[in-house]
Design a protein around this ligand. Structure first.
Ligand SMILES: Cc1cc2nc3c(=O)[nH]c(=O)nc-3n(C[C@H](O)[C@H](O)[C@H](O)COP(=O)(O)O)c2cc1C
Ligand SMILES: O=C(O)C(=O)c1ccccc1
Length: 356
């Protein structure tokens, strides 16, 4: 099954309101469209007669040595998309040997997600995406929950000082989880009413000091997700980040920012000599993975396509998405004369229409 076919199957399967939640962006959805389109402007310049019969696509990431430079980006509310929800995605990612990032807004608690991943791989890599809570004791309770569950890294999302205004959700009146579903990680936290979207408060008053305090409250590596400005990438490293994820939240926060891949080179230039730089937003083909790696990313995150697979076919559907991306990436690496990820280098990138 191609990713396009899985997308179409997800659209046929899902309640249209839930499909809109998954597919949509903010504003006029300019950034949403640009994230994908931007990849068309980067072309690969293959090297020849330097490959090998087999390729090694393994990658070392914080708290994880994995088989492919692909990470399942955190996406909320999986049980709305398929009855097996986060557990199916976790089993699939573990079986494919890639990192899964489960989030604060998951509809399955983090211990259940790690338990499901262990069904496929006794030593999986599950990272926990954290929205810093304005009350530090709530943040700390979430961190302990992730540690106890067995997560191997934390991912602090910093591009959401306020909720994104998702245009389709506002039109559809989809502003919270329906009855019967909850943000399960928010249950039984100090002074917190459980489970609804408003229990995941965001705050524009959070600062790098709050981030630094989060780094100090755990021995897990902590990545920062949602950096576009190279100065913020430097601040992240200065405050103890173990990695930086270049992301505009899949076009769901500010509708006037650059495509994620266009922000990658400057962030790589600022910090990639110190910490791994990851990218998410618009990755839809194996060649997109190759372009991001050639531009200096250690790995890429994939958001919506994983959920297309989940909605279309549960665990098998997610495996189909991850397997297709891995296979296409390996094929592209071979076509570019590469043996391993680091053989993709910046001199192998040209911009469409530009010569040198
Ligand atoms: C339905 C949906 C829910 C998301 N939920 C979260 C979330 O809870 N936390 C977070 O940090 N990012 C969240 N994201 C952003 C993704 O982690 C990622 O940045 C984005 O989807 C990447 O773009 P892509 O969908 O083009 O691959 C969400 C994205 C989508 C589409
Ligand atoms: O939908 C999103 O993009 C998202 O990040 C989110 C945040 C909090 C609750 C639910 C989803």
């Amino acid at each position: 099954m191609t990713l396009r076919a899985l997308h179409d199957a997800a659209r046929r399967t899902l309640d249209p309101v839930h499909f809109d939640y998954l597919a949509g962006g903010t504003g006029e959805e300019r950034v949403l469209a640009d994230n994908e389109r931007a990849f068309d402007r980067y072309l690969l310049l293959p090297r020849v007669l330097c490959g090998s019969e087999t390729r090694d696509t393994a990658v070392d990431l914080p708290g994880a040595r994995r088989t492919a430079p692909v990470v399942v980006a955190p996406t909320a509310f999986h049980r709305l998309m398929h009855p097996d929800g986060e557990r199916a995605a976790a089993r699939a990612a573990a079986a494919e040997g890639v990192v899964l990032v489960t989030g604060t807004a998951a509809t399955t608690a983090v211990d259940g997600v790690v338990e499901a991943a262990r069904e496929a791989d006794p030593d999986p890599a599950v990272w926990f995406q954290l929205y810093l809570h304005p009350r530090q004791e709530v943040t700390e309770a979430l961190v302990r929950r992730a540690e106890t569950a067995g997560c191997t890294a934390l991912v602090v999302t910093v591009d959401s000082p306020v909720f994104g205004r998702h245009t389709r959700d506002l039109r559809n009146g989809f502003t919270d989880l329906p009855p019967g579903y909850a943000a399960e990680n928010m249950r039984d936290l100090p002074g917190a009413p459980p489970g609804s979207l408003i229990d995941i408060p965001m705050s524009p008053a959070l600062s790098w000091r709050d981030f630094g305090e989060t780094v100090r409250m755990t021995s897990l590596p902590v990545l920062v997700k949602g950096v576009l400005h190279p100065a913020d990438a430097r601040l992240a490293v200065e405050h103890g980040a173990a990695g930086v994820i270049v992301s505009n939240h899949g076009g769901r926060q500010c509708d006037a920012v650059p495509a994620a891949v266009d922000c990658l080179p400057a962030v790589v230039g600022a910090v990639a000599d110190r910490v791994p730089v990851l990218l998410d937003g618009g990755v839809r083909r194996g060649s997109d993975v190759a372009v991001a790696l050639a531009l200096g990313a250690a790995a890429v995150g994939v958001g919506r396509p994983v959920v297309w697979g989940l909605a279309a076919g549960g665990e098998a559907g997610v495996r189909a998405v991850l397997g297709a991306l891995r296979d296409e990436y390996d094929h592209t690496l071979a076509l570019c004369g590469g043996r391993r990820n680091t053989d993709l280098t910046k001199d192998m990138i040209v911009r469409r229409g530009e010569t040198w």
